[in-house]
Design a protein around this ligand. Structure first.
Ligand code: ADP
Ligand code: ZN
Ligand code: ZN
Length: 799
C-alpha cells in the first residue's frame, strides 16, 4: 500500500501541512509528486497537490482515506518548484497551497475538462481507446483502469498529450497534418512499388522525416501539388489528421531576424564575468548598472546566446508595462520561435499555451512579467531581471513574493548567474553591490556616444506668478510648436499616481466620498459617473452637493483627458494619441497605439507611467514632464527614489537616435535634489544623498521593514488587536528594533473594514517570523470570522 502526502486547498493556518491518503492500487503508477488530486476532506471533496509518496504507514491503514481522483497524469510542478513553494510559504508566511497556485497559469488552476490528444504512434489497445478520433476526454480513459499503465508510457513518450480545455476568447486553431500509415521500414518497399515520381518523392521525404508534417510544409519542401498527396491518402499509404495549433498573439513571421552586434569595449568588459559564470556554472548575482541606451539589452541577448549554446534555458523578466512590442521584437528577432512570452494582456488560453511550450521543452527562452520567474524550466542557465528597481516585481497580495528573491533562489538551485539591470538601481541593490554581495557591472557610455538630452527645469510657481495658468509652461509650449513645425515627435508625460480626479463642491468644499471606503470617488467623464477604485462602488454624479445643495462642482486633478483637451485648444492641428487605462483596456490596444505612433501617425503621445519605459522612437526629440511633483509628495519613504527613477527614465526616451533630444520638466519644487540630480543623471550623487536620509530615519537599506495590517468591520476591534500585537512585539523584539503603531492605515477604511497598522523596523530579528506565526495562531479563531491580519515583509510602498 502506498501513501500520498497532499497539500490540500484549505487556506487556513491549522491545515497548512501535508495530509496522508491511501493510493488505490489501480493508480499506484500514476501518483507522483507534483500532480494534483482530489481528496475527501471532512464532508467535502477538495483539490490538492501531491508533495510526496511514501511506502510506509505511520498509522493503521483504516485510519486513512483514499484519494478520490487524480487530476493530472503528468506533474504540473517539478521537484524544484515544489520545494520552492514550501520555501515561499516560509519566507512570506503565506499558505503553501497559495504558493503552489501562484506558480501555475490560471488555466490549470481551475478544474477544467481534461483531454488526451493523440500526437504519435501508440500501442493498439490505446489506439482503440481513441476510436479513430484525435482527442478523447480523460474520463473515457479512466473507465479502462487496465490501460492506465500504457497510457502513461505513451504520455511520457510524448505520443499522447494531456491538455486542459480552456474556455477562451482566443480561438483554438487546427492544422491539417499528413503522416505515413506504414512503419518506417516499409516505406522504402512501398515507394519502389509506386509509378508516380512525385508520389515516390513524397514517400522518400517521409523516410527521412518520419513524423507528421503540415500539408503546406510538405508541398513546399517536396515541391509538389496537393494531388499526389491525395492519391497517397486514397491508397491508405498516408493518413491525415487535424491537430491543434497553439493559440498565440504573435505571428512568428513578423519578426525580422537580427544578428549579434560586435560588442563595444565597455560591453565586452561587462559580459566577460557573466560569460565565465555561465561557463563555470557558478551562481552569482550581478548588478548591471548602466545608463539608458548603454547597450544592456544587447549584453542580455549575447549572454543568453551563450546559455543556449550550452543547451540550457533563460528567463528574462521585464516590468509588465515595459513588455512592449519593441521589447518582444528584440528577443523574438534574435531567438525566433525559441521564445515564449508571458504577460497579462494574453488570454488565459494563450498563456496556457505559452506555458505548455515551456513544459514540452519547445522553447528555451521566456520573456515575461513577474510570474514568469516560475517558468518550469529544468535546466536554467541564466535569469535576467531588467529594470530591477520596478516595484511591480513584488506581488501585492498573497503570496507577497518578490520576483528578485525568487530569481536568486532559483539561480542558486541551478548554479547559474542572475543579472539585475537598471539605470537607476534600488538603493538596496546598489548598497549590496558596493558591499560586494552583488557583482557590480557599470556601463557609463551611451551607444554611438550620443549625448544625454538637454534638460530644462521649469518652476511652475514662476509661471503662475507671470500669469500663465495653463498646464503648459511658455517654454514647453514653444518647443511643442517647434516640433510640430519640423515634423518631429513629442512625448508628454503626466506623472499622475492614484486617482486625483475628485469632485468638490465649490461652495462648501465637500468632497464626494465612497460610502464604504475612506477615499474620494473618481470622476469618469465618459459616462458621468463617480467610481471607487478600491471597492468598485459607483454612483451617478449628484445634481447638487449632498451637504449644502449647491449645484456648483469643481473637478480636480489633471487627468490625461484634461491635458488632451487643452492640447486640442492650443494646437488644433496636432494629432494626439492618448495612452491611459481608459484607452488601453482592450486587449492589444496598447500595441496598436504605439505602432501608430511609431509609424508617424501622430505628433504627440500623451500618457501616464505606462509610456515611461522602454519606448524607442527615432523621431521623438522632445519629452515633456507636466508635473514632476505628484510622486514626490506621496507619504512614502521611497518617494524621492521613485521620482528620481521616473525622471531619469522619461528623459531617456528623447533623442535615442540621430536627432538630438530635449527634455522639459515642469515642477513646483525645482530645488529638490531628486529633480536636480535626475536632470544631470548623477545616480551616484543621488545614492549618497538619499542614503544619508535613509540612515537618519532608520529606513532600508539600513533597516528592514515589516508591515502588519489589521482590518475588521469594527473600528475598536481593529485598534484593539493592533495594540495587542504591538505589545507582543515589544516584549519579544531586540532593543534596537523600532515598533511604530498602532496607527490608522493611510486609507483607514476599505470595503467597510477599518484598517490599523504597525510597522517594525529592525536590523536583526531572527525570531520575528516565529513571533508573527505565533500571533497568527493566537488569532486563528477570529481570523476564521471577521478579523484579517496581513503581514508584508519588505513592503514596496510604505506610508
Ligand atoms: P539599454 O538596454 O542599455 O537601454 P540597448 O541595448 O537598447 O541599451 O542599446 C541601445 C541601442 O544601441 C539599441 O538600438 C541597440 O540596438 C544598439 N546597440 C547595442 N549594442 C550595440 C553594439 N555593440 N553596436 C551597435 N549598436 C548597438
Ligand atoms: Zn469604495
Ligand atoms: Zn456643498
Amino acid at each position: 500500500m502506498k501513501i500520498a502526502s497532499v497539500i490540500v486547498d484549505v487556506p487556513a493556518r491549522q491545515t497548512d501541512r501535508p495530509f496522508d491518503y491511501l493510493i488505490p492500487a489501480r493508480w499506484e503508477d500514476l501518483v507522483q509528486p507534483g500532480i494534483r488530486v482530489a481528496v475527501p476532506f471532512g464532508p467535502r471533496k477538495l483539490q490538492g497537490f501531491v508533495v510526496g509518496v511514501k511506502e510506509h504507514l505511520d498509522v493503521a491503514p483504516d485510519k486513512l482515506k483514499e484519494l478520490a481522483e487524480i487530476l493530472d497524469v503528468t506533474p504540473v510542478l517539478n521537484e524544484e518548484l515544489l520545494s520552492l513553494g514550501f520555501q515561499l510559504a516560509e519566507d512570506t508566511l503565506c499558505f503553501t497551497i497559495s504558493a503552489f497556485q501562484a506558480m501555475l497559469p490560471a488555466a490549470i488552476r481551475a478544474a477544467y475538462k481534461k483531454q488526451l490528444l493523440l500526437r504519435g504512434g501508440v500501442p493498439e489497445q490505446v489506439q482503440a481507446l481513441f476510436g479513430g478520433k484525435d482527442a478523447i476526454d480523460w474520463e473515457a480513459a479512466e473507465e479502462h483502469p487496465g490501460l492506465l499503465r500504457s497510457l502513461r508510457a505513451s504520455i511520457a513518450e510524448g505520443a499522447i498529450e494531456v491538455v486542459y480545455e480552456v474556455k477562451d476568447r482566443a480561438q483554438k486553431k487546427k492544422q491539417r497534418v499528413i503522416y505515413p500509415s506504414a512503419p518506417q521500414e516499409e516505406l522504402e518497399r512501398l515507394a519502389d512499388g509506386l509509378k508516380s515520381e512525385m508520389q515516390q518523392d513524397i514517400l522518400r521525404y517521409f523516410i527521412e522525416h518520419y513524423m507528421p508534417v503540415p500539408l503546406s510544409v510538405l508541398k513546399e519542401d517536396v515541391q509538389v501539388t496537393e494531388s499526389p498527396v491525395k492519391s497517397l491518402l486514397k491508397k491508405g499509404i498516408l493518413t491525415e489528421r487535424y491537430v491543434e495549433v497553439y493559440r498565440s498573439p504573435y505571428d512568428e513571421e513578423q519578426f525580422a531576424r537580427t544578428v549579434p552586434f560586435p560588442l563595444t569595449e565597455e560591453q565586452r568588459t561587462v559580459i566577460a564575468p557573466i560569460l565565465s559564470s555561465i561557463e563555470e556554472k557558478r551562481h552569482e548575482v550581478f548588478l548591471m548598472y548602466g545608463v539608458t541606451g548603454s547597450g544592456k539589452t544587447e549584453v542580455y541577448l549575447q549572454s543568453i546566446e551563450a546559455v543556449l549554446r550550452q543547451g540550457k534555458e533563460a528567463i528574462v523578466l521585464v516590468p509588465e508595462i515595459a513588455l512592449t512590442p519593441q521589447m518582444v521584437d528584440r528577443f523574438k528577432g534574435r531567438f525566433g520561435s525559441q521564445v515564449a512570452v508571458l504577460h497579462s494582456a494574453l488570454s488565459i488560453g494563450e498563456k496556457y499555451d505559452e506555458w505548455r511550450k515551456i513544459l514540452r521543452k519547445e522553447v528555451r527562452v521566456v520573456v515575461g512579467a513577474r510570474s514568469a520567474v516560475f517558468a518550469p524550466f529544468e535546466n536554467l542557465g541564466i535569469i535576467i531581471i531588467d529594470e530591477e528597481h520596478e516595484s511591480s516585481y513584488k506581488q501585492e497580495d498573497n503570496p507577497r513574493y518578490h520576483a528578485k528573491e525568487v530569481a536568486i533562489r532559483r539561480g542558486a538551485y541551478h548554479g547559474c548567474p542572475v543579472i539585475l539591470g537598471s539605470a537607476t538601481p534600488t538603493l538596496e541593490s546598489f548598497a549590496r553591490a558596493k558591499k560586494g554581495v552583488y557583482h557590480l557591472l557599470t556601463m557609463t557610455k551611451r551607444m554611438n556616444e550620443q549625448a544625454l538630452p538637454a534638460v530644462d527645469i521649469i518652476d511652475m510657481r514662476e509661471e503662475l506668478r507671470g500669469g500663465n495658468r495653463s498646464m503648459f509652461s511658455a517654454l514647453l509650449h514653444e518647443k511643442i510648436a517647434d516640433r510640430l513645425q519640423k515634423g518631429e515627435q513629442t512625448v508628454l508625460f503626466l506623472n499622475r499616481r492614484g486617482h486625483s480626479t475628485f469632485v468638490m463642491c465649490r461652495d462648501c468644499g465637500y468632497v464626494v466620498q465612497c460610502p464604504h471606503c475612506d477615499i474620494s470617488l473618481t470622476y469618469h467623464r465618459m459616462n458621468q459617473r463617480l467610481k471607487c477604485h478600491y471597492c468598485s462602488y459607483e454612483e451617478v454624479l449628484p445634481q447638487a452637493c449632498p451637504s449644502c445643495q449647491s449645484p456648483h462642482f469643481r473637478f480636480f486633478g489633471t487627468g490625461t483627458q484634461k491635458v488632451e483637451e487643452e492640447l486640442a485648444k492650443l494646437f488644433p492641428e496636432a494629432r494626439v494619441i492618448r495612452m491611459d487605462v481608459d484607452t488601453t483596456s482592450r486587449k492589444g490596444a496598447h500595441e496598436k497605439l504605439l505602432t501608430q505612433f511609431g509609424e508617424g501617425k501622430a505628433d504627440i503621445l500623451l500618457g501616464t507611467q505606462m509610456i515611461a519605459k522602454g519606448l524607442d522612437f527615432p523621431r521623438v526629440t522632445l519629452v515633456g514632464v507636466l508635473t514632476a511633483d505628484t510622486m514626490l509628495h506621496l507619504p512614502d519613504f521611497r518617494a524621492s527614489e521613485k521620482t528620481y527613477q521616473l525622471l531619469t527614465q522619461v528623459s531617456g526616451r528623447a533623442g535615442r537616435h540621430e536627432l538630438p533630444g530635449e527634455v522639459v520638466i515642469q515642477t513646483y519644487t525645482p530645488e529638490h535634489y531628486s529633480v536636480q540630480l535626475a536632470r544631470a543623471q548623477q545616480y551616484e550623487h543621488f545614492f549618497e544623498q538619499e542614503m544619508r536620509i535613509r540612515r537618519a530615519h532608520h529606513y532600508p537599506p539600513y533597516y528592514y521593514l515589516t508591515l502588519v495590517t489589521v482590518s475588521h468591520p469594527q473600528l475598536l476591534q481593529a485598534v484593539h488587536v493592533t495594540e495587542r500585537i504591538v505589545a507582543m512585539l515589544r516584549q519579544t523584539c531586540a532593543a534596537d528594533t523600532i515598533i511604530l503603531g498602532p496607527a490608522a492605515s493611510p486609507i483607514a477604511r476599505i470595503k467597510d473594514r477599518y484598517r490599523y497598522q504597525c510597522m517594525i523596523k529592525y536590523k536583526r530579528e531572527p525570531n520575528l517570523k516565529a513571533v508573527l506565526r505565533m500571533i497568527y495562531e493566537q488569532y486563528q479563531a477570529d481570523m476564521a470570522k471577521d478579523l484579517q491580519i496581513a503581514i508584508d515583509f519588505n513592503p514596496t510602498m510604505v506610508m
